[in-house]
Design a protein around this ligand. Sequence first.
Ligand code: NI
Length: 397
Amino acid sequence: MSWSEGRLVEVRRRLHRHPELSTQERETAAFIAAELRAMGLEPREGLDGAPTGVVAVIEGGQEGPTLAWRADTDALPIEEETGAQYASCNPGVMHACGHDVHTTVGLGIAAALVEARGSLRGRVKVIFQPAEEGAPGSGLAGAEAMVAGGVLEGPAVEGIFALHCMPSLPVGRIGYSLGPVWAGSDAWRLTVRGRQTHGAYPQEGIDPIYVAAQIVVALQGIPGRVIDAREACVVSVGRIEAGEAFNVIPAEARMIGLVRTLDEGVRVRALEALGRLIEGICAAHGAQAELTTSQGARAVINDPALVGRALGALRAEVGADRVEVSPPQMGAEDFASFSRRVPGAYFMLGVGNRERGIVHPIHSPRFDVDEACLPLAVRAFTRALLEVSGGWPAVGG
Ligand code: NI
């Protein structure tokens, strides 16, 4: 049976009280599986590399495509400061990215689809993905691990949907993009090797701090002077460390940072420029650079046809003037592990409410949502899935 607004709020608050970090979502996974079983579904718990993932398939009453809905389930290492009565019971852990809402909406959609089975063509896989925020140490974030575990196969998914809470979007609204949604993320790590000397005699050594400072400044020339002003690119330094004493120039300086882009060509040019600037600046001062870069989440790029097929249903449910184009985010999310393999449609869910003070951004210790977003999202996206299932062309169509 479809979930009432009260039931959705209750489930969201339960999840919010009991947040779990990436790869540790055991209680969350058990709760999700139990709820799916109560709907009469047969959830599969655990996939290779993603033991806390849960997947269930809702079979429609008629022939049709295999669509998927993905919700992420993990929380963040943040101490909650909302003061809400449903605040986190786990010290230092908080659903500060709204994955409690995503999970609740995923369950609500599953319940609604079970009830609407007769008018569903084909089937919908509901995917509850752990470790979206990253799986420390394993190097494999949740989405990639679930794909490796075969979540897009048997039966093969032909289109996949997801959403994210967006506090800057007022509750009642849904945002969409016909192209980029989230940035691709690259991390970099640099050691500048100089030559240690007395702080009073810098000419006797090679000062890695002085060189690192020039690198910090020069890197802003990548978005400013290397990349076309019409293309999105961010380069940031997240940590810089060097030295011990006020009168010693150390042997080395270490830095870490990120590059975020919305386009693969821009990404390649930005990373080339990063390497070139660092090598050049170090060489100019006789220092040595040890630079490593590692690719994280790829950019999430929506399939415009799949988004287009969902828009009619969304507009019909929430009002045409409340479904609006949403600018791409320079944040990153691992949904591209799915959407670069099968067509993807990722939406932004309005959860903000200025009058009620619900304005804090995701990953803030004061992040919260207007829970009126829950029934709206379930209604709108259940209808979108039903409509897309009826009109989506066969694979390759
Ligand atoms: Ni998130």
